[in-house]
Design a binder for this molecule. Structure first.
Ligand SMILES: [Zn+2]
Length: 132
């Protein structure tokens, strides 16, 4: 096997391991959060270091579970406020109650997809009626 491919394979393996560790660290943070927030935040810090070093994307599941500014682990309703806003662009507003940082995540794409799906379903229903 050429060296290039071996290297690529190695890198893929590294990324896979990094992702696995990010997942484990966030799961630990979630579990320990009710008992020890400080420790939960430390897990997040390590997870972020791993993620940045390996240059992997933050899994969707955890993307909104930490503060971008103070790196606190966030639990909606406990130390994070989550609101939906429609102004200008539909988005989710997550406010970190530890440091007051505000993060916005647009969900226009999700909305579009949903609309598409609904339209499709509508068409199917119409078709069904026609057959009857
Ligand atoms: Zn914060």
């Amino acid at each position: 096997m050429p060296k290039k491919f071996i290297k690529r394979k190695e890198q893929r393996e590294k990324k896979r391991i990094a992702l696995e560790r990010v997942n484990i660290l966030f799961s630990l943070a979630e579990r320990i959060f009710p008992y020890d927030r400080e420790l939960a935040n430390r897990y997040v810090g390590i997870a972020l270091a791993v993620q940045q070093k390996a240059k992997v994307r933050m899994p969707r599941k955890w993307k909104r579970r930490y503060c971008r500014r103070c790196h606190s682990f966030l639990v909606p309703g406990v130390n994070a406020r989550v609101r939906l806003r429609q102004k200008r662009m539909p988005h989710v507003v997550i406010k970190c109650l530890e440091c007051g940082h505000i993060m916005r995540y647009p969900y226009l794409r999700e909305k579009k997809e949903r609309r598409k799906k609904k339209e499709m379903e509508g068409k199917l229903i119409q078709k069904g009626r026609k057959i009857k």
